[in-house]
Design a protein around this ligand. Structure first.
Ligand SMILES: Nc1ncnc2c1ncn2[C@@H]1O[C@H](COP(=O)(O)OP(=O)(O)OP(=O)(O)O)[C@@H](O)[C@H]1O
Length: 287
């Protein structure tokens, strides 16, 4: 069985061996006196696809927003957590201390409900991702447009470049959000449910894009609800419940009945994928 401490320690050690990953320590966030994140420690190794898992309301979106610097962490002592201040480093740099613009050159966040009601074309929406790379007053350069077309091709949206974003389907918009994030050319990508709204082929496409990023050395951390997608596509997973990390490590250690059943309140059975050797999970109600 994978315990919080053992698996987490092992994955932390693995991440520090890869000097360039994301390392978050003692991250807390409270609202209305309630601790939504309670001293979260987690890592995402560089060059790997990491999955952030957990039931509804466990704190995945909140954690991604804090890691991305969108929402400042609550001071541990002030929030009632029994630890000190939060630390979020990437490649040894204190992410929370970086000015916003510099942080946007390092990391991109793809949120679940990103605003899509701007009356602009897909190409212009993706070009917004280039803003952190140019001076405030400069317009798009040829190099910016080259990057935008490259990332549009990567997410399969080349023929949508001239379409207004508002005319796209939910799945197409989801891919625009991913393309805009990729246009930032970040070294760290945080994604909240990137497969939401996507059909099964598009889900595999999205995960293929994440794999390509990881193969290029990018650190990828994606919140995922589908534990089987995580089982097949993640190198490392972090499981949250009630704002705490309950397990972290390799999918074969974390995605097991002893860990999942109490967290999700279900009965899990684990098979082995005949081709990949990775776990395939089935669920039934507990009782
Ligand atoms: N601004 C806020 N005000 C009050 N409660 C909040 C706020 N933001 C988050 N919460 C609460 O914090 C908890 C964690 O929310 P969060 O969205 O991070 O969970 P999640 O794991 O991403 O959930 P889901 O899988 O349903 O998307 C929830 O109970 C949510 O209602």
């Amino acid at each position: 069985m994978s315990t919080t401490t053992d698996a987490h320690r092992a994955s932390t050690a693995a991440a520090s061996a890869v000097a360039e990953g994301l390392d978050a320590a003692r991250v807390s966030w409270a609202v209305g006196g309630r601790l939504v994140l309670d001293g979260v420690d987690c890592t995402a190794p560089a060059g790997a696809v990491s999955g952030l898992l957990g039931p509804n309301g466990s704190g995945k979106s909140t954690l991604l927003r804090v890691l991305a610097g969108v929402q400042p962490p609550t001071d541990g002592a002030a929030s009632g957590a029994d630890d000190g201040g939060a630390g979020v480093t990437f490649a040894g740099t204190d992410l929370l201390a970086l000015p916003r613009r510099r942080r946007a050159r390092v990391l991109a966040l793809v949120e679940q409900e990103a605003s899509t009601d701007l009356p602009i074309t897909v190409l212009d929406a993706v070009l917004l991702g280039r803003i952190p790379h140019r001076s405030m007053l400069a317009g798009d350069t040829d190099a910016d447009r080259e990057v935008a077309h490259r990332v549009l091709a990567a997410v399969g949206l080349t023929e949508f470049a001239g379409r207004e974003v508002t005319t796209l389907s939910g799945g197409e918009r989801q891919r625009v959000h991913m393309a805009r994030a990729l246009a930032q050319e970040p070294a760290l990508v945080l994604l909240d449910e990137p497969t939401n709204h996507l059909d099964v082929a598009a889900q595999l496409d999205a995960l293929r894009v994440l794999r390509t990023l990881a193969d290029d050395g990018v650190t990828v951390l994606a919140a995922l609800h589908d534990l089987n997608l995580a089982a097949q596509h993640c190198d490392h997973v972090v499981l949250l419940a009630g704002g705490r990390v309950v397990a972290a490590g390799d999918v074969r250690e974390v995605l097991v009945p002893d860990v999942l059943d109490p967290v999700y309140g279900v009965r899990t059975e684990v098979l082995t994928h005949p081709r990949t050797g990775r776990p395939v999970l089935t669920f039934s109600p507990r009782g």
